[in-house]
Ligand binder design. Structure first.
Ligand code: GAR
Length: 207
């Protein structure tokens, strides 16, 4: 069973989707530790309710990116995590994490990368007036919202949409897609080729 360490900063609805998928057997994985960049993130309560160990970074630790990343890498390694899953983690992961978990850090972003990077992907796509946006799951690298793309789902923006209705649809897609991609990892079907492009074996049943 794949052991996951999850990084959050906020409400943790993607974390919840992962926990639920582990519980109902559609994701052959276990969340071994949840670390939040904010000690009061609601996602920490979701983890505790599922009996998952948690760490909320104090402001002192968080304020030094190096110290935070060293602590994160160390604690996830101690917990036996094989992959680090960023689920609404609102900062970059630095060298200590990427070196300890090479090509093993995954992120979800609520837009079709490389468009609309940053902390407001849904709002930025809405403000730009695009007709199609979506969700991206990708391997993380040292830049924010960058790295080899594993899976994307398009979400159309309709005439009758509001930013709220768009947000709802994007989140619904995220909650379906993230566990599916993690299941592909759990079954060893994802690799990165010589061009740093992601290959998924048996694409007929791919996410
Ligand atoms: C999600 O929409 C995720 O894609 C986004 O933060 C939200 C977290 O929600 N991440 C980013 O914007 C990363 N740049 P959640 O805490 O309810 O899972």
């Amino acid at each position: 069973m794949l052991k996951l360490g999850v990084l959050i900063s906020g409400s943790g609805t993607n974390l919840q989707a992962i926990i639920d998928a582990c519980a109902n057997g559609t994701l052959d994985a276990e969340v071994v530790l949840v670390i939040s960049s904010k000690p009061d993130a609601y996602g920490l309560q979701r983890a505790q309710q599922a009996n998952i160990p948690t760490i909320g970074l104090t402001r002192e630790v968080y304020n030094s990116q190096l110290a935070a990343d060293q602590l994160i890498a160390e604690r996830f390694a101690q917990a036996g995590a094989e992959y680090i899953v960023m689920a609404g983690y609102m900062r970059m992961v630095g060298a200590p994490i990427l070196e300890a978990f090479p090509d093993k850090v995954i992120n979800i972003h609520p837009a079709l990368l490389p468009a609309f990077v940053g902390a407001h992907g849904i709002q930025d796509a809405w403000d730009y007036g695009v007709k199609v946006t979506g969700v991206t799951v990708h391997f993380a690298n040292a830049a924010y919202d960058e790295g080899p793309i594993i899976a994307q789902r398009a979400v159309e923006i309709y005439e009758h949409d509001s930013i709220e209705s768009l947000e709802q649809r994007i989140h619904a897609v995220e909650h379906e897609l993230y566990p599916q991609v993690l299941q592909l990892l759990a079954t060893g079907r994802i690799s990165i080729d010589e061009h740093r492009h992601v290959r998924i074996s048996n694409p007929n049943s791919a996410a």
